[in-house]
Design a protein around this ligand. Structure first.
Ligand code: SIN
Length: 327
């Protein structure tokens, strides 16, 4: 029997329109999802499609309220027995953040696949229709069951935890760096090679709650000569701060002093790195009193997502440290 896949559209370049044939000077999030699906007739040979236009925005307009609404919508859709999998269309710019938020908050074993495009729907050789076709094939694939949230671009399957945008110009714009990818696709065929060992979706302690608000967490980028005033200012409006440090999540003595002071006042700090590969462990030199939590292999923006959710459950640094190891 043919499976049923729900496509939840949020906008992005995949739904972008501009001058016919051109790839630049277009507006993201303009085309209706039904029109997009209509342009890919082969999709109807793969699954019964149900379309939901939840929003139609450039993903730079995404915010926690939209993540929460998207997560709640998907959690409701997967409750419906006849729906076998979900595809989300999304802009590529903040794709990684939404993918990780959904990884942590969806309570389902059904496949959830995010996709998008680097070229607008009106461009010559737009990449969106093929990505969307493959995303539907992946969401309808039995092997994808229980694999958590995935990203699909250019024949490649990525995990929602590890996917990063690594190129702002080319069509092959995504990667998971040291972690390779979960698998490949050839047209409608799915080839899995690896799986994530980190907790996700139905295993996640954050997927049993419907969130309506999230704690404020900011990101502070360290650079040579950066003033620690940045941290004092951010601490006025945020419960947590993710530091994008140099090297192993490092910073100056001036920042260390500010971190120590603000930690004592209850601000929770996570150390991430501005280097795109590697792992940030706890560090006795740059964090002698163990005030900070290492971001592990998460980028700063993904560490922020996890810290926001962690802070809904605890402010205890040891417990948050355990969470950062598990997810
Ligand atoms: C966006 O993120 O919505 C615009 C850019 C893109 O989708 O590639």
């Amino acid at each position: 029997m043919m499976k049923t896949i729900a496509i939840v559209a949020t906008g992005g370049t995949i739904a972008g329109t501009g001058q016919h044939g051109k790839t630049v000077a277009y507006h993201a999030g303009e085309m209706d999802v039904n029109e997009l699906v209509h342009s890919i007739p082969m999709i109807n040979n793969i699954a019964n499609i149900e379309c939901y236009q939840l929003m139609n925005v450039d993903s730079n307009e995404m915010k926690p309220e939209y993540w929460m609404s998207l997560s709640t919508t998907i959690n409701e859709l997967v409750e419906q027995e006849h729906i076998d999998g979900i595809v989300v269309t999304h802009g590529t710019d903040t794709f990684d953040e939404t993918a990780y938020y959904l990884t942590l908050t969806l309570n389902t074993e059904k496949p959830v696949v995010l996709t998008g495009a680097m070229r607008p729907a009106t461009a010559t050789s737009a990449d969106g229709p093929y990505n969307l076709y493959q995303a539907v094939c992946l969401a309808a694939c039995q092997e994808a069951y229980g694999q958590g949230v995935m990203g699909l671009f250019s024949n490649t399957i990525y995990s929602g935890r590890d996917i990063q945008k690594v190129n702002n110009y080319k069509i092959d714009a995504f990667d998971q760096k040291s972690f390779g990818c979960l698998g490949y696709m050839q047209d409608d065929e799915v080839y899995f090679f690896t799986k994530t060992f980190k907790k996700h979706t139905y295993q996640s302690q954050f997927s049993k709650t419907t969130y309506t608000t999230l704690p404020e967490v900011a990101i502070a980028y360290f650079y040579a000569g950066a003033s620690s005033q940045i941290l004092y200012d951010l601490a006025k409006y945020n419960e947590g701060i993710v530091i994008v440090g140099s090297g192993n999540g490092n910073y100056s003595q001036d920042w260390l002093k500010a971190i120590n002071e603000l930690s004592k006042q209850g601000i929770v700090f996570v150390r991430a790195s501005r280097v795109s590969q590697g792992i940030v462990f706890d560090d006795k030199v740059f964090d002698p009193y163990q005030y900070c939590i290492g971001a592990n292999t998460l980028s700063a923006q993904k560490a922020r997502v996890l810290l926001m959710l962690a802070l809904t459950q605890t402010k205890d640094k040891k417990q948050i440290g355990v969470i950062f190891n598990e997810y």
